[in-house]
Design a binder for this molecule. Structure first.
Ligand code: C5P
Length: 411
């Protein structure tokens, strides 16, 4: 089926081959742009630096030209040398896949909001047709001033994407809003900006990880799920434009900060959180390895060893099957997607789960497959809908996530 190959993303280097213009303005946060440059390059981007003249008071052009292996673009013309290249800003802008201005000062924001075109950076931005991201950085009072807030709103209206500023310690010694967003997060926004928005504004509800079923205050029953597959799906859904709510059991893989996640421990807590968000969600994906059983009685004190006994009996009771219960509810606009981990009669078992749980799609993992399932970075799956079966190759879990999301976009 063609639907899973409509585009390819290199998940190791999502910015591979992309031409990014990094605009640097005169803020103390300009030193962070040096790290940002490196991070963008690590993701495969080819970066051209554009500096305002004020930026050069904080970081030298030598630093940036050495690291970007390109001359820094800073002057529209050289009065003394008679620069022939007066239209360079147009070529630079038209060749770019993305512009990120970080840090953007109050001065440059004001120029961009009001059409003042008096340096290499503003001239390039006004000549561009690619997405423009802006990461403001300034002191607290400047940031919240009505003039700056109005300019930010105007820029949003013009279609620029304004990244949030962080709150915290500022170079002036004050504390508050206005810090440059951390470079790692800026990179995330850059990746999102160039990822095809096939899930634009779709509301996703995804559960991930194992659950922990407490026996007593110190012990629990759980399983080997790390949450890798579910987090990869949530991450790429977000990058493809979805609004993601993640209901996360105790995963061993860290959850990206930009995802809206709710932490839970037990299956019952996960069930409650999924029910609370079910009606507002359009796509519900159950990737969690929900414990099927929990201790029937929770011991409020630590259970003691009994000296003359070599065994201990623990009575278990069934947990709710979250997907099964959600599948029983009236699905209006919702699509329900489950995972199945099987070790025998795999296709048949998965197909019967698809039906029994009233799912729109089930992703089958096999325990027989080497390099797949728990803890591995790779996976090989079957995507099974009531109308078709698609077999994937053994791929990185992020590639499987991208294939799944392409199928979901077409459901
Ligand atoms: O029936 P089985 O456990 O194989 O089904 C796996 C699918 O059902 C997964 O999508 C899993 O998240 C979901 N599930 C659930 N609640 C359970 C057990 C599994 O939602 N108690």
């Amino acid at each position: 089926m063609e639907i899973i190959n409509s585009f390819f993303i290199d998940t190791n280097q999502p910015l591979k081959g992309k031409k990014i213009l990094l605009g640097v303005c005169g803020s103390i946060a300009a030193y962070k742009s040096v790290f940002l440059l490196r991070l963008l390059q690590n993701q495969g981007a080819e970066v051209q630096i554009i500096m305002t003249q004020n930026a050069q008071k904080f970081v030298t052009t030598l630093t940036f030209s050495t690291l970007s292996q390109k001359p820094v673009f800073s002057y529209l013309w050289h009065e003394t040398t008679g620069n022939q290249d007066w239209s360079q800003h147009v070529q630079v802008a038209q060749n770019a896949d993305l512009i990120i201005i970080a840090p953007a000062t109050m001065n440059t924001l004001s120029k961009l909001a009001h059409g003042t075109c008096d340096d290499a950076l503003t001239a390039t931005v006004f000549s561009a047709s690619c997405p423009v991201l802006i990461a403001p950085a300034m002191d607290k009072e400047m940031y919240i001033s009505p003039q700056n807030q109005k300019n930010l709103n105007l820029l949003k209206e013009f279609g620029y994407q304004i990244l949030p500023s962080e709150s915290g310690f500022l170079a002036s010694g004050l504390e508050g809003l206005g810090r440059l967003l951390e470079p790692e997060k800026i990179v995330e926004y850059c990746i999102s900006a160039i990822t095809p928005k096939i899930l634009n504004e779709k509301k996703f509800l995804i559960n991930v990880g194992p659950t922990q079923e407490s026996i007593d205050p110190v012990r629990f029953i759980s399983n080997h799920s790390t949450g890798k597959m579910g987090i990869a799906i949530a991450k790429w859904a977000f990058r493809m434009g979805a609004q993601v709510t993640l209901i996360a059991g105790p995963t061993t893989v860290p959850i990206p900060e930009y995802l809206n996640s709710i932490s839970v421990k037990s299956a019952l807590e996960m069930f409650e959180a999924m029910q609370n968000h079910f009606h507002e969600a359009e796509i519900i994906i159950g990737t969690a390895a929900v414990a099927d059983f929990k201790p029937k009685n929770y011991a409020s004190q630590k259970i003691k060893k009994i000296d003359d006994s070599d065994t201990m009996n623990l009575e278990l009771s069934k947990n709710p099957d979250i997907l099964l219960e959600l599948g029983k509810q009236k699905k209006t606009y919702q699509k329900l997607i489950g995972f199945a981990l099987e070790s025998q009669n795999e296709l048949e078992n998965a197909k019967s789960k698809l039906k029994k749980k009233n799912l729109d799609l089930i992703v089958l993992n096999s325990l027989q497959q080497e390099g797949a399932t728990f803890g591995h970075d790779t996976n090989k799956v079957f995507f099974i809908s009531p109308n078709y079966i698609i077999e994937s190759e053994l791929l990185h879990k992020e590639q499987i996530a991208i294939q799944l999301l392409q199928i979901i976009a077409n459901l």
